[in-house]
Ligand binder design. Sequence first.
Ligand SMILES: Nc1ncnc2c1ncn2[C@@H]1O[C@H](COP(=O)(O)OP(=O)(O)OP(=O)(O)O)[C@@H](O)[C@H]1O
Ligand SMILES: [Mg+2]
Length: 428
Amino acid sequence: MTDPLVDALRAAVEAAPQNAPVRVQLAEALLAQGEAEEALLHARAVLAASPADAPALGVAARAASANGQDDVAAGYAQLRDALAGGTGGGRAGGGRQRPGTGPRGPARISARGDEEDRDPADPESPDEDAPNDSGGLFVERASDVTLADVGGMTDVKRELERSFLGPLRHPDLTAHYGASLGGGLMLYGPPGCGKTLLARAVAGELGAQFVSIGLQDVLDLWLGESERKLHEAFGYARRHAPCVLFFDEVDALGQKRGQLKGGAGRNVVNQLLSEMDGMDSQDDGVFVLAATNHPWDVDSALRRPGRFDRSVLVLPPDAEARAAIFSLHLRDRPVDGVDVQRLAKRTDGFSGADVALVCRTATANVMEDAMASGTMRPVRQSDLDAAIAETRPSTAPWFKLAYNFAAFANDGGEYDGLLAYIRKHRLA
Ligand SMILES: Nc1ncnc2c1ncn2[C@@H]1O[C@H](COP(=O)(O)OP(=O)(O)OP(=O)(O)O)[C@@H](O)[C@H]1O
Ligand SMILES: [Mg+2]
């Protein structure tokens, strides 16, 4: 690569790995050169740290599309649009703000989505501390989201209690029955359905800080230094215990391993294994969670006892969860006579991101009307119904793909729950 702009941006990124705008510029420059794959990696690195970064979402969508990954591209674009709709709606409503005044519930979740706006000078801001002693790799967020903030999804919550939180809350009982407290938990399922939200909620339940790490960062951007970075991540988590280390897209390790020269991916897997094996969550106060859309790609060594030995399937939000997500996304918009329960009934199979898109579409249509007619009116049920009719649930392609993997990788019935859901909803 001889393009001087790309070279300069690369150097800038190397000097300041956590500088998101520079990394987004590098992604743009790479994309302009036809280096879509590398552009996507940089965009994803930014998103791993700040999932709501709109410019990063934009370049990620275009890079994925140039890469032929249309589903992925659509996901990024949808998320960017949903987020744009969120802030746009807030402004359209006259900049109304209700910081912290809402009931415990989705309101607090959405407040977290705005945390890029957090004042960096605020001593309460945990982000301030992160770059200083974490090698600049991680964005840290203290989690104040708990399971009570996650609408519906009773089965997932029960499973999280049973397999992860319960044993940690009752170490004596756990020891009595000879169970172990070590090991991590892997959340898997279709995109946009609440994995990241649930990981945050688990951190909140444990009163722990939340550190999110995109493994793409570790693998692709600090090749050769990856093991040290991983070691630092665990050290950082121990110093800030109790702390949840969240590995987003953990499948990246499995996928990349074969492609990388010199077994660099293997080394990172080994480092992660040894960090996890040397861990005693009770003493260390370090809890390891991971999320993936492709559990079948996760390196099998990572799935053995004491590592990511428990997994929880996160399915599309149920009706109660969808009602909560509707309330969340309509909260700051002018609405009239909207029944979120009825909307929830009509959106079976929609992801959280799809529900956000419906709210955005309805609002955009009403705004268009208002501009044409010169009169303002609120968003009504019929507007949302119309938006639902023109939105297709985005999770269907994931289930089709998942069926192929799950049906053939179902050793020990690992994917029984997923296969049952697919059959029940005739998704494959
Ligand atoms: N049960 C729920 N209650 C409230 N909000 C929810 C719920 N489930 C999902 N959401 C909302 O839906 C959106 C997508 O959720 P999230 O980012 O956690 O999905 P994800 O599974 O991590 O997706 P990806 O696989 O793309 O990373 C978020 O805005 C989240 O707040
Ligand atoms: Mg996520």
